[in-house]
Design a protein around this ligand. Structure first.
Ligand code: AQP
Length: 332
């Protein structure tokens, strides 16, 4: 039986965090045998907020190296840089002409992001979900692993697939969400009611996959908690709840077992142990990524090969779409 196809990506809009790792990449690793996976470094999305060109290039290569260091295998999965496949931008244009303004203005992520970047309220930020729909639909994707914050975007991709198929005849697969068995939503260490984000201006709010053990210990020590003094899994203690989830996800130990171990003990011990668990878990990834970054020729080979495979799949779909909308086939 043919494997189902799965697509996902992360923006190189900064240095990825423990949130991106626990919420996304760590779940992808085990999916590679079961599904035909495409994992992209979505740099076109990253420029919806201002980027410094040199840093964007560095962050793109770094993210690619981190995908590999976490266990993404370019022999099993197609790993590529989004801007290397022009069909993403081209299909996005066609889909833009079929998306209603009202649909986009309802997107909660747009509302959040536009608040953060009110001085840069560009059209790309507004149409971001259309580009995401193009990313997904180009490959006849069956499954998209998504967090709660992206449900609305997947819904739009589905609506656009159905709309296009209805208007022109069957073309796109209508994608489904893939929900990992243990979903993680990692919160900021400084404001535990907000999600951990790589673009947070407060570096103490997030743990980067590049942070050294000393930095991780410092950040977790400074994590905002509460004055209850009891390690308990409760929405009234969002800081402790967040640390418990991080601990549990890093060790696969149940939250109840962890809570039981810290009964009658203060936050000091719990924070120190959480830091240790995170530092130990991330160390091999950091070391491997640093090693890979020194081997530019290998990274180059990986993204070229990935782009070739992705271009071949995406090109076929784009030709079909262009024909259906009435463009004269191009000869170049
Ligand atoms: N804190 C988080 N907890 C769990 N999952 C998370 N993801 C991001 N933050 C967390 C998941 O990572 C994937 C890729 O995210 P993205 O880089 O495309 O965009 P994002 O969700 O906007 O991530 P950031 O880190 O918050 O980026 P910036 O700061 O640039 O906006 C997604 O699957 C997401 O769910």
């Amino acid at each position: 039986m043919e494997k189902k196809r799965l697509f996902s990506g992360i923006q190189p809009s900064g240095k990825i965090t423990l949130g991106n790792y626990l919420g996304s990449i760590s779940n992808w690793i085990g999916l590679q045998d079961e599904f035909d996976c495409l994992f992209s470094v979505v740099d076109l999305h990253a420029i919806t907020v201002p980027q410094v060109a040199k840093e964007l290039r560095e962050n793109t290569l770094l993210l690619l190296a981190q995908y590999l260091a976490c266990g993404i295998d370019p022999q099993k999965s197609t790993v590529f840089i989004q801007s290397h496949v022009p069909a993403h931008a081209e299909l996005s244009w066609v889909l833009n002409t079929m998306t209603y303004m009202g649909e986009l203005s309802r997107m909660t992520q747009y509302k959040d992001k536009s608040k953060k970047s009110s001085d840069n309220l560009n059209a790309g930020l507004f149409t971001y979900p259309v580009l995401m729909a193009a990313d997904i639909l180009l490959y006849n994707t069956d499954l998209v692993p998504i967090g709660a914050d992206q449900k609305q975007h997947l819904e739009l991709a589905r609506d656009l697939a159905i709309r296009f198929n209805g208007r022109y005849s069957d073309t796109f697969t209508v994608p489904e969400g893939y929900f990992p068995p243990i979903a993680a939503r990692v919160m900021s260490l400084q404001e535990p009611t907000k999600k951990m984000s790589k673009s947070d201006s407060n570096e103490n709010g997030f743990i980067s996959l590049l942070d050294t053990e000393d930095v991780i210990v410092k950040k977790i020590k400074r994590a905002v908690t509460d004055s209850e003094g009891v390690v308990r899994y409760s929405t009234e203690q969002p800081g402790i709840k967040n640390l418990l989830e991080i601990y549990s996800k890093m060790t696969s130990e149940s939250i109840e077992d962890i809570v039981a171990r810290y009964e009658g003990r203060g936050y000091g011990d719990f924070k120190a142990d959480t830091a240790e668990v995170v530092a130990q878990g991330l160390r091999p990834i950091r070391e491997k990524a640093e090693e890979l970054l020194k081997d530019k020729a290998y990274l180059d080979e990986v993204y070229r090969d990935g782009a070739q495979r992705a271009n071949s799949m995406a090109g076929k779909m784009l030709r079909k779409v262009f024909k259906k909308v009435g463009f004269i086939p191009r000869s170049i």
